[in-house]
Write a protein of this length. Structure first.
Length: 341
C-alpha cells in the first residue's frame, strides 16, 4: 500500500509544482473552481499553455525552492490537500496525452522525496503507473471520491457510490445444527498448512539488514557496529533464504506424518517494486518442485495470495483483455494437475 500511495503521490504533488508555473494570486477564484469541478475544455487547454509558459519564472522563485525543500520530508498524511489540487490536473494531462510530462514529474518526485528510496520509488512508479492512469481515466468517480479512495481523505461512507447493497433471498434460515465431535477411534488426518513463506532467492548472508529499502539482506555492507544478515535469516527487514525454507520443510517431513498439504500463497519475496511475471513464476515453480521432492506422493492444495501477481496486488477482472492474469491462473492449474487435483 505504501508503494502504491507513493506512486500516486508523485502524480499529485509534483504535477502541482511542475505545471502550476504562474503565481496563484493571478488566477481568479472562478477559474480554479472550474478546473477542480468541471471536465476539461478549450479554456483549460489555453490555461495549461499559460502555466507551462511561466515555468522558468516559477522554478526560480524563492517560494518554489522552499516548497521543493519541504517536499523532502513530506509525510503521507499530508496528501489530501495536494490530492484535491492534483487529481484534476492529472485528469487534464491524461486527456491531453501529456504522459511524458507526468513521467518527468514522477522522476523529479522520486529524486526529491527523501522518505522513500529513489530506486524503490522509480520501480514502483514503473510497475503501477499504467494502472493508475487507467483507473483515473475510467473510474466514474469525482476528484473528491478518488482522493477519499486513495488516501482516506474522507470517510468512504460519505459517498453513496462506495456503498454496496446486497439483496439476500427471502427464505427462512435453516435450523442450526451443532457440530458433532467424532467418535472415539475415528481416523485422523494430519494437515500441513503453509502460508506467507516469502522466500527471497537473492538473500545474501552477511549483507546489510538495515537498509533504506523495504526489503534488505540482499546487498551492501552493514554499517559499523551493526551485524550483517544471518545465514538462516534475520528478524530485521528481510525475508527468508531458500535453504531455510527447505531445511524447515525437511524437518517437518521427518517428524510429522503429513497426509496432505494446504498452501495459501505469498511465496515470492517483498521486493514488489522490482518484480516481473518471470520472477513470480520462478518462485512458484521452484517452491512447488521443492514440495514435490520433500513430500512425494502427497496431494497439495495450492492457492495464490496478493504477492503472486505482477504487479503485486493486481488481479484484473475477466473483462480486462490486455495485461490480464491468465498467465498466473494457467500455471496454478498446471500445478493442480501435477499434484493430483
Amino acid at each position: 500500500m505504501m508503494l502504491r500511495n507513493s506512486c500516486v503521490f508523485a502524480l499529485v504533488f509534483f504535477l502541482t509544482i511542475k505545471i502550476l508555473t504562474i503565481d496563484t494570486r493571478s488566477i481568479s477564484e472562478n477559474t480554479i473552481e472550474s478546473i477542480l469541478n468541471n471536465p476539461t475544455n478549450d479554456t483549460h487547454r489555453k490555461l495549461l499553455h499559460a502555466f507551462t509558459g511561466y515555468r522558468h519564472r516559477f522554478e526560480q522563485s524563492p517560494n518554489f525552492k522552499a516548497l521543493r525543500w519541504n517536499a523532502r520530508n513530506l509525510k503521507i498524511e499530508g496528501l489530501c490537500e495536494l490530492c484535491d489540487i492534483g487529481a484534476p490536473l492529472v485528469r487534464l494531462l491524461l486527456e491531453l496525452k501529456e504522459t511524458a510530462l507526468i513521467n518527468e514529474a514522477v522522476s523529479l518526485f522520486c529524486k526529491e522525496y527523501k522518505s522513500l528510496d529513489e530506486n524503490v520509488c522509480l520501480g514502483a512508479a514503473h510497475e503501477y503507473m499504467g494502472v493508475v492512469f487507467q483507473v483515473v481515466e475510467l473510474a466514474p468517480l469525482t476528484n473528491k471520491q478518488l482522493c477519499a479512495l486513495a488516501f482516506d481523505c474522507q470517510p468512504q461512507t460519505d459517498f453513496p457510490v462506495f456503498s454496496w447493497n446486497v439483496t439476500f433471498p427471502n427464505k427462512p434460515k435453516p435450523t442450526p445444527r451443532p457440530p458433532q465431535p467424532p467418535s472415539s477411534g475415528s481416523p485422523i488426518l494430519n494437515v500441513l498448512h503453509l502460508s506467507d513463506i516469502h522466500v527471497d532467492f537473492a538473500y545474501k548472508p552477511g549483507s546489510q539488514a538495515d537498509c533504506s529499502q523495504p526489503l534488505c539482506c540482499r546487498q551492501g555492507q552493514p554499517a559499523p557496529g551493526h551485524a550483517g544478515a544471518g545465514f538462516w535469516g534475520d528478524y530485521r527487514n528481510c525475508d527468508i533464504p531458500y535453504w531455510t525454507a527447505e531445511a524447515t520443510l525437511k524437518y517437518a517431513a521427518e517428524i510429522e506424518k503429513v497426509d496432505f498439504i494446504y498452501y495459501t500463497g505469498d511465496l515470492p519475496a517483498h521486493n514488489v517494486w522490482n518484480q516481473s511475471r518471470a520472477d513470480q513464476l520462478y518462485s512458484i515453480n521452484t517452491i512447488n518442485n521443492m514440495l514435490a521432492k520433500i513430500f512425494p506422493n502427497k496431494t497439495i492444495y495450492s492457492a495464490v495470495g496478493n504477492h503472486e501477481a505482477a504487479p503485486c496486488n493486481l488481479y484484473p477482472t475477466p473483462n480486462i483483455k490486455t495485461d490480464n492474469i491468465s498467465w498466473l491462473y494457467e500455471v496454478l492449474a498446471d500445478n493442480w494437475i501435477r499434484f493430483g487435483l
